[in-house]
Design a binder for this molecule. Sequence first.
Ligand code: ADP
Ligand code: MG
Length: 451
Amino acid sequence: MSVGGNVDHELWAKVQEYLRAEFGKDAYDSWLKNLEFKGLEGGTVTISARTPFIRDWVRRHYASRIKDFFSRSNDEVYAVELVSSKSKAAAEDAAENISVASSSDVIEDSFGAKLDPRYVFDTFVVGKSNELAYAAALRVAESKEVPFNPLFLHGGVGLGKTHLMHAIAAEVRRKHPERKVMYMSAEKFMYEFISALRFKDSVAFKKQFRNVDLLMIDDVQFIANKNSTQEEFFHTFNALVDNRRQVVLSADRSPTDLTGIEERIISRLGWGLVADVHPTDYELRYGILQSKREQLSGPEISEEIIEFLAKRITSNVRELEGALNRVVAYADLVGRPVTLEMARDVLQDLLRANDRKVTIDEIQRQVAEYYNLRLAELLSARRARNIARPRQVAMYLSKQHTSRSLPEIGRKFGGRDHTTVMHAVRKVDDLRRTDSTLDEDIHRLSRLLAG
Ligand code: ADP
Ligand code: MG
């Protein structure tokens, strides 16, 4: 509950400053400046946009950062709700806000998340990189029996994990309306669990979860290091699996690479089917853009533009969609057809970011593989030389091949301090001069990273 609306408004002003600093003046002026802070209640911040279009845009591109900034100053905040001030939009919102919790509504609405109507199997474009995950998700949605338990989907951000989970929910709801389906982020799970503890109704909490036929928890990496939540999650998970109820989980990495989660939990997570979504290739990006183009109303998008975007925006599908939307929105706004020049201009920042090809994640993966280590070891606190040295090499390469700052790199390496990173960079720099094996390792790794 919020006390003192002024304090909240001050907080919002601060969040706006952060947003402006992070996304730059142009983006800020176009999308964020005119957002209106409506209030903070029960851990949810409500923000209003002037049109449904802006609302959707902000929801897709900025909502998670807005939430991060809020939670930085106020750890009660766990969700950001975007609404639009037009009344037609209000109706639309209501339609979207269907709870996934259960078709028969035995489970309280507050326990499920919202089902995004766009995230269905029909709109998911299948390619080499995601065909296993897609097939597995479809199987879970269509099977009478539990085909594999759990289904564990993992892969980098923006590659369609959440989309697939929502698609499963939508499909099960359509085909088997009697089944109870629950979808929730791991973060929300933790929040509900902690509230239940605080209000001493953890028995009800347990019951709610253990009654479902299909439980989906998104982004389980979030509960790493959160011990009591992890414990509760594990009990829930076991109870459901033992009762032959389907569980679907997602994470940004594979079960074996989840650090901060107990071994016994990890091993059980891998019992079912583990399916990864890989980064996209050109064909898939091209296919996705074509499919999005068909769904969009508005300015004509030429083949040339589609090819340009598919070639240049390689990071993930979320950014790819974002790029297309941005170009379309811009062309619509200025009333001119979309040209290549316009796309280059409007997408400057994205294009630049996508040119910086190598990510810290890739470097970590590559280095771990090169030195025959598990990613979890590389990111662990262990100081044994055979692990610590590769870790320093990975930090060094991160400094060299990305434009990330030392604190950012430190965060990516299990939350280490920037001075640790600085030390690693200097150390490796020094060693290279005298240790020709190390020097050769670094040359090789650099070549591997350059692809
Ligand atoms: P993740 O959960 O893996 O971070 P999301 O499921 O949120 O990623 O996907 C990000 C965006 O990209 C969503 O809007 C989603 O609809 C879209 N998307 C991802 N993969 C595909 C695909 N194969 N086909 C169509 N849209 C996709
Ligand atoms: Mg997701």
